[in-house]
Ligand binder design. Structure first.
Ligand SMILES: [Zn+2]
Length: 297
């Protein structure tokens, strides 16, 4: 009997270990995600490099609108899920896109680097430049009742991405509730409660401008049903805040959670649109103005 129990236990442990994805050893590493999650090998994967000279400027794209994001006095569970820090958001937070599609918020998480000094870890790159951190706010299309229902459906999801840059000594106090509490969720499975935070305060100052394209989740199962929105403007955090994010959490193998970003995926003829002209119109063909400082355009 004991032998049988051991064999059964080993079998289940084996199955579990096999399907536990990761970016680097041990685990199901990024290069072989598609063996267990076929969508990860698809043709509309994320993240991508946004090449501004190839982005289509679409004047018909209106700014995104947000309701419930400015709500004060809400409490948010913040968890170390073994892959990143994740903040659970209520469906009362809603984002409406240019076409009038309403998306309800589900969760916010981050991607970062940090394995070597000064190593950045955003997922999307702009003209090949990787920023230090990338925030993802995952939403589901309100035509579905729940995230669980929407996550495998066509047009089911939308992710809003925010890129973060370092401003050496300037502490961004809007982010302090998050950075100061990471120490309480050092180990996978630990959860704390975020208070005194407004999610809208985590946004860049100017949220009118964004890039958009159709892609996928950047982690398994890499489902290709995600409408991406990436704010043009970045958010600044101090060096100390970035360091805290890069060094506070551990994974299931008791390693520091670092370099938790996926490699750039092929664009494969997808269109990337933006609702702003490249470099504020300083050197667009129709403006007729060229500005050497605004290169490359
Ligand atoms: Zn993400």
């Amino acid at each position: 009997m004991r032998v049988l129990v051991t064999v059964v236990t080993l079998f289940f442990l084996g199955v579990q270990a096999q399907s536990e994805w990761s970016y680097t050893e041990p685990g199901l590493v990024e290069s072989i995600w598609s063996k267990e999650y076929p969508d990860c090998g698809g043709l509309k994967q994320s993240p991508i490099n946004l090449q501004t000279k190839k982005v289509k400027h679409s004047r018909s794209l209106k700014p995104l609108t947000f309701t419930g994001y400015g709500e004060e006095y809400l409490e948010f569970p913040m968890t170390n899920n073994g892959h990143t820090v994740q903040i659970t958001l209520p469906p009362s937070m809603q984002m409406t896109d240019s076409e009038g599609i309403v998306y309800k918020a589900n969760q916010l998480h981050m991607h970062w680097g940090g394995a070597f000094l000064e190593l950045s870890g955003s997922e999307h790159t702009i003209n090949g430049i990787r920023r230090v951190i990338e925030i993802h706010i995952v939403h589901f299309n309100s035509k579905y009742r729940t995230y669980e229902e929407a996550k495998s459906q066509a047009n089911g999801l939308s992710v809003l991405a925010i890129l973060i840059e370092v401003d050496e000594f300037a502490e961004n106090t809007y982010y302090t509730p998050i950075t100061s509490q990471l120490i309480n969720i050092q180990y996978p499975g630990q959860t704390t409660t975020l208070t005194n935070i407004k999610i809208q305060d985590l946004f860049p100052g100017d949220i009118r401008y964004y890039f958009t394209y159709n892609g996928s989740l950047t982690t398994p199962p890499c489902t290709e049903n995600v409408k991406w929105f990436l704010f043009r403007d970045t958010v600044k955090l101090s060096k100390a805040q970035v360091l805290k994010i890069e060094t506070s959490l551990r994974n299931h193998h008791n390693q520091t959670l670092q370099n938790i970003y996926r490699q750039i995926q092929p664009l494969n003829h997808r269109a990337v649109e933006a609702n702003f002209p490249p470099f504020a119109g300083k050197c667009t063909p129709d403006s007729g103005v060229s500005n050497i400082l605004a290169s490359p355009c």
